[in-house]
Design a protein. Structure first.
Length: 73
């Protein structure tokens, strides 16, 4: 498969998600970025599942306390 250079509209500032610029990138670069994001999503979901199981196993309010917000809404 060719590694054509293409113009993709991508986020260029992680602090400003409204800022998207056109960048010249290759298909391989886009695939690599996608694989990195996929790995990050799996890691985040794994962390969520771990905390979710810990919360589900709480049997007292005291055990649940570390998972509650420090201030009310």
């Amino acid at each position: 498969m060719e590694n054509d250079i293409t113009m993709y509209r991508v986020y260029t500032d992680k602090n400003n998600l409204f800022k998207k610029s056109f960048l010249e990138v290759t298909r391989d670069q886009m695939m690599e970025a996608g694989n990195l994001v996929k790995a990050q999503q799996y890691a985040a979901y794994s962390g969520f599942e771990k905390v979710s199981a810990e919360i589900a196993n709480c049997t007292t309010a005291e055990q649940l306390k570390p998972y509650l917000p420090t201030e009310s809404a």
